[in-house]
Write a protein that binds this ligand. Sequence first.
Ligand code: USQ
Length: 400
Amino acid sequence: MRVFIAGIDGYLGWALAQYLTARGHEVAGTDRFLRRAWVEEMGSASAIPVYSMEERLRAFEEHYGKPLNFREGDLLDYPFLRGYLEEFQPDAIVHLGEMPSAPYSMIDQEHSVFTQHNNVIGSLNLLWAMREVCPDAHLVKLGTMGEYGTPNVDIPEGFFEVEYRGRKDRLPFPRQAGSFYHWSKVHDSGNTMFACRIWGLRSTDIMQGVVFGTRIDEMGDDPRLRSRLDFDQCFGTAINRFCCQAAIGHPLTVYGRGGQTRGFLPLRDSMQCLTIAIENPPERGEYRVFNQFEECYTIEGLAEKTREAGAAIGLDVQIEHYENPRTEMDEHYYNPDREHLIRLGYKPTHDVVAEMKIMLKDLLEHREHLLKYKDILVPDIRWDGSRRRSQVIASEAAVK
Ligand code: USQ
């Protein structure tokens, strides 16, 4: 199939380009390299060195025996986007080209407006471009499990049956996102669902959990093919941060009580699931929602698993509880479904500790580089709009 990837230079995009090419798909993609700039803005750098796009493209051609169809560009540049899609005529478009960080969207007015403008308008441009030049293509849109928030009832896959005042309907499950970033994804979902209804486009809206992992097998040992891995307070997600912290002997930064529960999945599972969605498109006019994660874990439980993985390779991993800079529940019910992907053949990688061991080994190779950033690991971006470094709180206090 011909697959277009928006955001092809990112953590997921660069891995997906390789995963799909290795399976015989024809890949093209675009990126404006904003992720590189945002991480720099946070005073950080990828834990795994990221090569320039020229070097990445050279390595890609050497390794896969064909060039990657890449053009630098912005989804906010409508003529560019429309022209590229018209020329490439994709069967599927995977939309990973958004600002992905909750804390970044909460820094101040400018960052939250940037996030929603960039994400919502970029996605809307994509929908219009599809309508105009490739209406038969399948949009695989990266949403987030965070759209649902943490309701005190089970979470279905996008829709649920409701009976209200004696009448029944199948309605979108309520969204209760926890940051302006997560709300940008909710707005995207509404626009995508609407475009499918009025224009007959087809889309899979992926409610993905938190991804972790330093590699997929297809990357081999060529450092130019490796994915980035961030660990700063904005672009580093929980397990990726914990493994980087463990590698340099920094205490793991559990926010609050650590009872926050989320769905997590290794990078390799994310690739497997996105490919399943691409290879099994919905009908014209259909808008479907997949919840995409391997398993749900508490943050405290993941910190314990990181300690276990560290101990297995001789690392003494400490865990600390810090004041939670976010406004979120740190103890709650959480029970989302994830049946659609399983029915289509998704085989989850169940061993989180084994994946963490691979990560720790990869990260230890870059220990000196990581040590340069040990002072930016404690968060200071707070949901009330202020900046103040979180202090360590005793575990007993955290449990109050
Ligand atoms: N957390 C800690 N310590 C840390 C980092 C995070 O306790 O050092 C906690 C957070 O407070 C939160 C949970 O871990 O309760 C998850 O935080 P995260 O930063 O790993 O993930 P999140 O902000 O939810 O966002 C990430 C990605 C985002 C994606 C989302 C999927 O950045 O792009 O949409 O995961 S989900 O979480 O399912 O919404």
